[in-house]
Design a protein around this ligand. Structure first.
Ligand SMILES: *[C@@H]1O[C@H](CO)[C@@H](O)[C@H](O)[C@H]1NC(C)=O
Ligand SMILES: *[C@@H]1O[C@H](CO)[C@@H](O)[C@H](O)[C@H]1NC(C)=O
Ligand SMILES: *[C@@H]1O[C@H](CO)[C@@H](O)[C@H](O)[C@H]1NC(C)=O
Ligand SMILES: [Zn+2]
Length: 358
């Protein structure tokens, strides 16, 4: 009797605990890494049917890099969406967005048939913080707040730490928009994919490249949607379609809080660069690869006030959802349309459709 009372009490308390944690998580504040890690575990606990944690690499300082894999397990082969945040340490709004994005799709799939459909057809792979060492360093104190790179040591004779992970990917590596001075913010590393964080993404995504329809990498700031490529001498084969989708996403963003996002390649609207993950993804065959540069336009820069987290996430969600929905519908509804067309062709060839159909 006493035992069962104690047991019920324990069950009750743990249920209350879980509930309290869920309500307490504040998506509209910046969170240090340990809180984000706890949040990832909590998210799995609350959504065990559709969320898993996948560990897929290690940082220079030996921290585990993990993502949330979100989707309905249908037993079928699925397509996939990639999203990573926090490749640059100081861009705190990016991890905040990844967490918001996860919370939104997990709500939406219960109430919105479109999201339910997308979560049956696709898995969402979301890495809330890719550059974990750098993120922790940028939280250490005010003097390191604006750290951008990872934390690996530079060449022995240099005296500065850190590689710009978004110059380290195997995409025209080291050719433009980088500096080989290891103290520079755009030091691309000693060779393509020299950094464990870039290697983790390269191997995880690269080993299932045909699944991915979208590669969305989230940064701040500038209010931009960047399409491949960063090198001015290369043009994506689907550049026109990328621009069309990007411009429509910017329209969707503007509808939410009126913010204007510009759309284009990096050389056209920001600066040329090489070795970015966005370019690597497109060169590798992922059709819809975009860099998001979230708010703001320079007023607060990387130190975006917490009262802008909510509107920034709301508008960016709308933009991301536009791109994801477009990619999904092209792959799935497009496939249905093609199947119907094929069926007609077969019927026509077999003469089963009558003679007056022309
Ligand atoms: C700030 O944090 C860094 C990294 O932990 C440390 O090296 C540095 O000494 C700290 N500076 C101050 C002023 O506390
Ligand atoms: C782009 O191509 C032009 C013409 O071949 C060349 O002169 C220029 O150096 C190239 N730009 C870069 C950044 O490689
Ligand atoms: C940024 O946007 C704000 C508000 O829309 C505007 O007042 C400001 O002039 C803009 N600054 C730049 C650098 O564009
Ligand atoms: Zn960035």
């Amino acid at each position: 009797m006493l035992n069962s009372v104690v047991l019920s009490l324990a069950v009750l308390l743990s249920a209350m605990g879980a509930d309290t944690v869920e309500r307490a998580y504040d998506y509209y504040r910046y969170h240090p890494m340990h809180e984000i890690s706890d949040w990832m575990e909590q998210t799995v606990k609350e959504n065990p049917d559709v969320v898993n944690i996948v560990q897929y690499g290690q940082t220079y300082e030996k921290r585990v890099i993990s993502l949330l894999k979100i989707g309905v397990n249908t037993g079928e082969k699925k397509k996939a969406i990639w999203m990573d945040c926090g490749i640059h340490a100081r861009e705190w709004i990016a991890p905040a967005f990844c967490q918001y994005f996860v919370s939104q799709i997990l709500q939406a799939y219960k109430t919105d048939p479109k999201m339910a459909d997308m979560m049956k057809n696709m898995d969402f792979y979301v890495t809330p913080v890719l550059n974990i060492d750098g993120y922790i360093y940028s939280w250490a104190n005010e003097s390191t707040r604006l750290w951008r790179k990872n934390r690996s040591p530079g060449p022995a004779d240099c005296g500065c730490d850190g590689t710009d992970l978004n110059r380290n990917f195997d995409a025209n590596w080291g050719t433009i928009g980088v500096s080989f001075n290891c103290c520079s913010q755009t030091y691309p590393g000693s060779q393509p994919v020299s950094e464990p964080e870039a290697a983790a993404v390269t191997y995880f995504v690269g080993s299932r490249i045909d699944e991915f329809l979208c590669f969305l990498t989230i940064h701040s700031y500038g209010q931009l949607l960047l399409v491949p490529y960063g090198h001015p001498n290369f043009t994506a084969a689907n550049y026109n379609e990328l621009m069309e989708v990007g411009l429509a996403a910017a329209e969707a963003i503007k509808k939410v809080h009126g913010k204007q996002y510009r759309v284009g390649t990096s050389p056209a609207i920001l600066y040329p660069n090489s070795g970015s993950s966005r370019d690597w993804a497109r060169f590798s065959g992922i059709p819809f690869s975009f860099t998001f540069e979230l708010r703001d336009n320079g007023t607060f820069g990387f130190k975006l006030p917490e009262d802008q987290i909510q509107p920034t996430c709301e508008e960016a969600y709308s933009g991301a959802l536009h791109i994801i929905t477009y990619a999904h519908d092209k792959a799935f509804n497009g496939a249905v349309a093609a199947a119907v067309a094929n069926l007609w062709a077969v019927l026509l060839a077999a003469g089963l459709t009558g003679t007056n159909l022309m």
